[in-house]
Design a protein around this ligand. Structure first.
Ligand code: MG
Length: 189
């Protein structure tokens, strides 16, 4: 019986710890890569609401060092994660006065440029915004039209979704808005 287990172990172990490991390092960065991003900003009075690169009429806006566009920030983190380039706070520190009040569309363009310089192109994006108010569905197509060219992709490759959290949690209490995003990227050479 012990020999059977030994044979099974030998059969599987090369792909798990042996040749498989070597093969993976040979292929580093090749093929599609996936990344995930998440961000939260607080809703406050007296700030404009920038979301998905557009200005949305609302009683409150998002608070942050930049324009606090939580959706763009989640997308940037997904892209940076896919390329293993850390995160938006690492690339564009909120301690840097250069980024105070900056339009997050500029950060998304710079993120895409970082990926392009490393030989990646963006495949597609899928993102979800969690907000009780305002209703975002009327704005989704405009957001896609603004965001897609910043990543050199078409609106077919940008999926944006909006949901409430059924009045639960900080988004349900309208204390803030959160966003989740996944990104697929590919090597161009
Ligand atoms: Mg942020």
């Amino acid at each position: 019986m012990a020999n059977i287990f030994h044979s099974i172990f030998r059969a599987f172990s090369p792909s798990l710890w042996g040749r498989g490991g070597a093969a993976r390092s040979d292929r580093a960065g090749v093929g599609p890569r996936i990344g995930f991003g998440y961000d939260v900003h607080r809703l406050v009075e007296g700030r404009p609401l920038w979301l998905g690169g557009i200005l949305i009429p609302h009683t409150h806006g998002l608070l942050g060092h930049s324009d606090a566009d939580v959706l763009i920030h989640a997308i940037c983190d997904a892209l940076l994660g896919a390329a293993n380039l850390r995160d938006i706070g690492f690339q564009f520190p909120d301690t840097d006065e250069a980024y105070r009040g900056i339009d997050s569309k500029i950060l998304l363009r710079r993120t895409a440029d970082l990926l392009h310089r490393r030989g990646y192109r963006v495949g597609n994006i899928d993102a979800t915004v969690c907000a009780e108010h305002p209703k975002l569905n009327p704005h989704i197509e405009e957001m896609k039209a603004v965001l897609a060219p910043l990543m050199d992709i078409t609106t077919d490759d940008v999926s944006l979704k909006a949901t409430t959290t059924e009045r639960l949690g900080f988004t349900g209490r309208e204390e803030g808005i959160s966003a989740y995003a996944v990104a697929l990227i590919e090597k161009t050479e």
